[in-house]
Design a protein around this ligand. Structure first.
Ligand SMILES: [Zn+2]
Length: 159
């Protein structure tokens, strides 16, 4: 699958979930890695604090997650919400979860912090996909995304 990350890296991995989970890749977008999960900034959409949780195993469905993986995911989600609260002072978030027979599952949290004005929060993924180019070209926004990434890394390193 061909794509260009918002920081301008051209990729063509067999699976994006496996790509971001490979420790030798994806240094710029990763926040942290736990025993079972990779946590990173969304690779295509330069929205500050848009977090993607991918299991390190190449699995296609929610039912395949083990109790240990689920427990660790829950802890990561809770920490992520705390990090979002600390960094943005923001309580509102949107969630997305992707599952299909040929897609490495992943969960997404989007903080609704108001830094990027959203027209319809119930169609936020569609809106952000449509505005991906605009968000990439906005230098101030890009700077903010990397600033938030650095703060996220700090938060996860100390908590
Ligand atoms: Zn995969």
């Amino acid at each position: 699958m061909k794509l260009t990350t918002f920081w301008g890296e051209n990729l063509n991995p067999d699976c994006i979930g496996c790509y971001v989970g490979d420790e030798t890749n994806f240094q710029q977008g990763r926040i942290c890695q736990t025993k079972f999960w990779n946590l990173g900034q969304d690779i295509e959409i330069a929205y500050p604090g848009m977090l993607v949780f991918s299991p390190l195993r190449h699995i296609f469905s929610f039912e395949e997650l083990t109790p240990d993986e689920l427990q660790e995911w829950q802890q990561l989600m809770i920490k992520s919400k705390q990090a979002i609260r600390e960094i943005f002072g923001c309580e509102k978030v949107a969630y997305a979860f992707y599952e299909s027979s040929n897609l490495h599952i992943h969960f997404i949290i989007i903080p609704l912090h108001g830094e990027v004005k959203i027209k319809d929060k119930y169609a936020i993924i569609r809106e952000l996909m449509d505005r991906a180019d605009e968000l990439r070209k906005d230098q101030q926004n890009l700077q903010r995304v990397f600033e938030v990434l650095a703060k996220m890394r700090q938060y996860f390193a100390k908590n």
